[in-house]
Design a protein around this ligand. Structure first.
Ligand code: F6R
Length: 588
């Protein structure tokens, strides 16, 4: 969601900025732009659509000779995706790019309009730009500082000033890093944007203002200089390339066995590395999207195995509702990026209420990783495809380990699963290699309008993710239903050949789900069953290996991910960058 890259140094910025924008494409965007600056001029080029369209425009333009620039991918919030609203924006001497949302933009806009400022765009970004311009007299740090005092909401800003050879930036609740290179200095939303140039970076803190020159930086907060550690990024260039795969999504699914092994390994020898949660009387799992679906799997395991009451909440609701912390509670937040705005807000709410927090995160330098009391990291490495796959499966593995650890404490008789955990990566590998079956299923689905996923208890939790994966990348409408609930209304949508994917991993409810499968079949559905025991009522039946109940979802997930992938591929969709979606949702 919106990406920023900026450079000041010895080189012309064109290539650095374009390459940076390309590596931020995965975040999701609908327009883009760059601004180049030398002592005399500022040149701004913008385009709607793909970066390649911006690149064509840049190639067709005579660029100014310069050594500084800022660039941006925009995911529209205030105002539609058009060239006027695209960043960079310019007001007076100030040119800037922005990631986030200025919540008091309307009020500030009116105030500035009363002073005679005429805005060109509908954006909140232009308001921030005008505000800094308004406050600028002769010192940029003071002007930014004054603007920061007034701006409400979230922002990462990359800022240039006409006539100055310095590049400025500031952030609040939206990620921004500083890159320290041999040829110059960088700002970026993500280390990935600068990794081809340098792996040395600094995490910019809340409301810290940075002033960059060709080879130096100064960080200021509350008018005082702040000293910060320079970190080394471990993002390999290889992990960011597709290699021989057609799509990042496929590459990332294929990486699941190895990342599972890397994530599980430390705990095989010492399960005590996982926190015991039996001292809590209730668990709140809070997250968004797929990460929230992980929570529903966790709920089943925490309640059934560890006997701890658990509720799962979508972070955008949790942050605003009256939460009952009447019993000893732990809040578990789950986030691949660690930068999802609603999940951060939920985490902060728990902390403000003095509730213990635990995060399951992929990005180690993220806000959530830094702010939660305890953190369990998954080892997914960079996930580039917008739709999560390998990070999701690792989050499921991690929540299962958490529930298992507490179950071991709760019940001395609990069956150990370490041996099955060891086998897990190999089993996942076997499942992802059944590509022909997934293609056969995809051919039955890809021209349909609606697909239903049905299951009970844990199987329903798995269905939620299967359904999301399919709809987000293939644009086919799909719904996940508790198998017994379908007949209370939605079954009226089942007609001849409507695909229904039914999941059964639990012997206890097997016969019940089979009855529900028969109900849809007798109304014409094309039934696909996925089960870990013999089920033959489907038009296509997939049998998965049997494994501990803790790990069962992990075997179903790649099957659903690959069905979604093959369907989207047959429909010719832009699989890695589905329309309207962003990888890291840094706004509410
Ligand atoms: C779907 C997907 C999203 C994310 C959600 C949370 O494929 O990727 O639903 O799971 O936006 O993102 P994180 O995990 O970064 O907090």
């Amino acid at each position: 969601m919106c990406g920023i890259i900026g450079y000041v140094g010895n080189r012309h910025p064109e290539e650095i900025l374009l390459e940076g924008l390309k590596s931020l494409e995965y975040r999701g965007y609908d327009s883009s732009g760059i601004a180049l600056k030398n002592e005399k001029e500022i040149q701004i080029i913008k385009s709607v659509g793909k970066i390649s369209q911006l690149e064509d425009k840049i190639k067709a333009t005579k660029l100014i000779d310069c050594n500084m620039g800022i660039a941006h991918t925009r995911w529209a919030t205030h105002g539609g995706p058009n060239e006027v609203n695209a960043h960079p924006h310019r007001v007076g001497k100030i040119v800037l790019v922005h990631n986030g949302i200025i919540e008091n933009a309307k009020e500030l806009r009116e105030e500035l309009e009363r002073k005679g400022i005429v805005f060109q765009s509908e954006t909140d970004t232009e308001v921030a730009c005008a505000l800094i311009n308004e406050y600028y007299e002769d010192d940029m740090i003071t002007a930014i500082d004054k603007a920061v005092e007034r701006l409400k909401g979230s922002y990462a800003l990359g800022i240039m000033l006409e006539g100055s050879n310095k590049l400025y930036a500031v952030r609040k609740d939206s990620p921004l890093i500083i890159g320290v290179g041999k040829d110059g200095m960088y700002i970026a939303s993500d280390v990935k944007a600068i990794i081809k140039e340098t792996n040395q970076y600094i995490l910019l803190g809340e409301k810290e203002i940075v002033e960059l020159s060709n080879h130096s930086y100064k960080i200021i907060k509350d008018k005082k200089e702040v000293l910060k550690e320079v970190l080394t990024a471990d993002v390999s260039k290889e992990a960011q390339e597709k290699g021989n795969y057609k799509h990042f999504m496929l590459k990332e699914i294929m990486e699941e066995p190895i990342v599972l092994e890397n994530t599980i390994k430390p705990y095989l020898d010492d399960m005590n590395l996982i926190p015991d949660l039996t001292c809590y009387e209730q668990i709140h799992i809070v997250a968004c999207g797929s990460a929230m679906h992980v929570g529903f799997i966790g709920k089943q395991l925490f309640e059934e195995k560890a006997k701890i009451p658990c509720s799962v909440e979508c972070a955008s609701e949790y942050r605003y509702k009256d939460v009952l912390y009447d019993r000893k509670t732990i809040v578990i937040v789950i986030s691949q990026s660690g930068e999802t705005a609603d999940t951060i807000a939920a985490l902060r709410k728990a902390k403000e209420n003095h509730i213990d927090t635990l995060a399951i995160v992929n990005v180690k330098t993220s806000t959530i990783a830094r702010e939660s009391d305890k953190t369990l990291f998954i080892e997914a490495g960079p996930e580039i495809a917008v739709a999560t796959t390998k990070a999701y499966i690792l989050q499921v593995a991690m929540i299962s380990l958490l529930a298992y650890r507490s179950a071991l404490v709760r019940n001395k008789e609990e069956k150990r699963i370490e041996n099955e955990l060891k086998k897990l990566p190999r089993l996942v590998e076997e499942i992802i290699n059944r590509r022909d079956t997934y293609l056969k299923i995809a051919k039955k689905i890809y021209q349909e309008e609606n697909v239903f996923f049905i299951g009970r208890l844990m199987d329903y939790a798995i269905c939620l993710e299967g359904s999301l994966k399919l709809k987000e990348i293939s644009y086919i409408h799909s719904e996940a239903y508790q198998a017994g609930e379908l007949k209370h209304g939605t079954i009226s949508l089942i007609k001849e050949n409507t695909p229904v994917i039914g999941i059964i991993t639990n012997e206890k409810i097997k016969e019940k789900t089979i009855s529900n499968m028969e109900e849809v079949k007798s109304r014409g559905a094309f039934l696909i069953t996925i089960s870990n025991s013999k089920v033959d009522c489907g038009d296509i039946n997939i049998t998965l290996p049997k494994i501990s109940e803790y790990l069962e979802p992990i075997l179903v997930v790649p099957t659903l991910q690959l069905i979604a992938y093959e369907v989207a591929k047959l429909r010719g969709c832009d699989i890695d960058k589905p329309k309207n979606l962003a990888k890291s949702v840094t706004v509410e």
